[in-house]
Design a protein around this ligand. Structure first.
Ligand SMILES: NC(=O)c1ccc[n+]([C@@H]2O[C@H](COP(=O)([O-])OP(=O)(O)OC[C@H]3O[C@@H](n4cnc5c(N)ncnc54)[C@H](O)[C@@H]3O)[C@@H](O)[C@H]2O)c1
Length: 256
């Protein structure tokens, strides 16, 4: 019971239906609930999000779903308030929502750039901003920003995605320094190539799969639980002396 009596809000948490391929948000929601937390799942995918939350409740967990587009400040205000109304407090925020964007520099349009920066940089900022007063009110909290190895190193494409994930990484450190005095810890997670709904098409395409495997020293694509367990560690008090840190979980990819 590593999150006993804690309340968590997770973005991009729709993909958590048991028996289907899960994403980091959905898998974390389950782990959090199994460790005693009450969980507010959020996403723009209402159908999957409602199914995940319903399945969690069927298994006896305290979980709810609410639509939250992380790029919209009004949505953030409403979702954080709904969490307080339902569960009375907020201890953990996982800024996990995201979308892929492959184009290289020359192919990247202004619209693609803005879309990627909105979801990966602005979304993380807005969530953090609106969680702070409620975490301060309970004496602290833990904010976990899901960046990427693509927030640490470059690649042949995904230009705006790299920029957005890099922004999320350094925003994490800025917020960590500012909020340490309030007992609010802020850390980033940097997954490597992991099989989730976002990467499913690529993992099942021979050429893309080869691209990934050729770059991973451990020689395999990671599983969603290998990331979710890291998120749980940062959410729990076991990581009580960690803030502004980067938790890299990538099979050794960025070690080379
Ligand atoms: N899978 C990987 O290999 C990998 C590696 C590094 C980082 N990541 C990051 O991990 C996070 C989770 O991705 P995942 O791989 O678990 O896939 P996923 O598809 O399960 O999660 C992404 C979720 O974000 C939601 N979303 C997209 N735009 C949104 C918005 N504007 N507001 C709210 N929700 C929105 C989607 O509906 C989806 O449910 C993403 O930020 C992704 O960039 C993934």
């Amino acid at each position: 019971m590593r999150l006993q009596d804690k309340v968590a809000l997770v973005t991009g948490a729709a993909h958590g239906v048991k028996g289907e391929l899960m994403g980091f948000g959905g898998a974390s929601a389950w782990l959090f609930a199994e460790e005693g937390a009450k969980v507010m799942l959020t996403d723009i995918d209402v159908e999957s999000g409602e199914r995940t939350a319903a399945q969690m409740r069927e298994e006896g967990h305290d979980a709810a779903f609410r639509r939250l587009d992380v790029t919209r400040e009004a949505d953030w205000k409403a979702a954080v308030q709904a969490t307080i109304d339902a569960y009375g407090r907020l201890d953990v925020l996982v800024n996990n929502a995201g979308t892929g964007g492959r184009p290289n520099v020359e192919e990247t349009t202004e619209e693609i750039w803005q879309g990627q920066m909105d979801v990966h940089a602005k979304g993380v900022f807005l969530g953090t901003k609106h969680a702070i007063p409620h975490m301060r009110a309970v004496g602290g909290g833990s904010i976990i920003n899901i960046s990427s190895i693509y927030g640490l190193v470059g690649s042949s494409g995904s230009t705006a995605y790299h920029a957005g994930k890099g922004a999320s990484r350094i925003f994490t450190k800025s917020a960590a320094v500012q909020l340490a005095k309030d007992g609010i810890r802020v850390n980033s997670v940097h997954p490597g190539f992991i099989h989730t709904p976002m990467t499913d098409a690529g993992v099942n395409t021979e050429q893309r799969r080869r691209f990934m495997l050729d770059r991973i020293p451990m020689g395999r694509i990671g599983s969603v639980m290998e990331i979710a367990r890291g998120i749980l560690f940062l959410a729990s008090d076991e990581s009580s002396y960690m803030t502004g840190s980067e938790l890299v979980i990538d099979g050794g990819m960025t070690a080379q």
